[in-house]
Design a protein. Structure first.
Length: 302
């Protein structure tokens, strides 16, 4: 089992692996791949999974993207699970979630787990090798998060980190739920971040718009959530491949400017300056990964 060190930055709790390699700044940029429809983005994401399956033997470890960004991929995987066409591949998948609200009952209709079950379907979860969500219904959130990280470590880390792009104020953005000025550093594998009312409103409205079957008591419990659990920069940098999708600029128009800001910002070669840029705009972390695909729609105006 790995041991984790703990840092607190302005009420943000960050966990680090103690065997962390030295961090170097290499800005690989982002080259967006513009596709015509959300269905095409889903297909492109599925193809990335197929490529990984062909290139690797044994288990495939992936982090699922919540929200709109990967719903087409999830529908495709759910449809495949209804057939026997990809049973061998599905049986190799160790599936992880990348963020979660806490404390929150695991059966709450506003949890990403319920949304994944709704779109991916029962057959998918029966056929995959394992499913590891972040536990959100415990008194000791930190210990539960460490158990999750130990499982991810034991399985060899992520082969694919499916990731989105979340808009923030001042044309900044978040990845997973690494928030601006939350103090995330390269060695941080996961964090526990205090939640804001604006995040809760965004989360609740997103679930309602996405077609989740929600109820009043679940919404009340969701509004009482205090933290976001999130994978951190180290999880992004250590993943073997990053597959980003940005499909909802029509309903989240701020993404037009925040995504462009990531594209057009050059990270400083000075490590301290670069860390300040990354802290102010965590969407930039994606530029430090050499194996990234970013699938987007024309509505980003690129």
């Amino acid at each position: 089992m790995n041991t984790f060190s703990r840092e607190v930055d302005n009420e943000n709790i960050w966990l680090s692996q103690n065997n962390q390699a030295e961090f170097t700044i290499t800005d690989y940029g982002v080259k967006p791949i513009v596709l015509g429809t959300e269905a095409e983005v889903g297909q492109a994401m599925l193809q990335e999974l197929y490529k990984t399956a062909q290139a690797k033997e044994g288990d495939i470890n992936i982090a699922l993207l919540g929200g709109r960004g990967a719903q087409e991929l999830h529908r495709l995987l759910g449809a495949l699970a209804q057939t026997s066409e990809q049973d061998e591949l599905l049986g190799r998948l160790n599936v992880f979630t990348q963020d979660a609200l806490a404390p929150l009952g695991m059966s709450n209709s506003f949890s990403f787990v319920r949304d994944f079950e709704r779109i991916l379907g029962v057959a998918f979860f029966k056929k995959i090798k394992s499913f590891t969500p972040m536990q959100t219904d415990t008194q000791d959130i930190e210990s539960a998060l460490i158990a999750y990280l130990n499982k991810l470590e034991e399985l060899g880390g992520l082969d694919i980190f499916f990731i989105g792009h979340g808009p923030e104020e001042n044309e900044a953005s978040h990845l997973a739920y690494i928030k601006p000025f939350s103090g995330a550093k390269p060695q941080h594998i996961a964090g526990i971040i205090p939640i804001s009312s604006s995040i809760l409103e965004h989360h609740i409205s997103k679930f309602k718009a996405g077609g989740s079957l929600v109820n009043e008591s679940d919404e009340t419990e969701c509004r009482a959530a205090q933290y976001i659990l999130t994978l951190g920069p180290a999880a992004i940098l250590q993943a073997k491949k990053i597959v980003q999708s940005v499909v909802d600029a029509d309903s989240a128009p701020a993404k037009v400017k925040t995504y462009a800001n990531v594209l057009n910002t050059k990270l400083s070669s000075n490590k301290e300056e670069a860390l300040q840029q990354l802290n102010a705009n965590p969407g930039l972390w994606i530029k430090l990964h050499p194996n990234t695909k970013s699938f987007v729609l024309p509505n980003l105006g690129l």
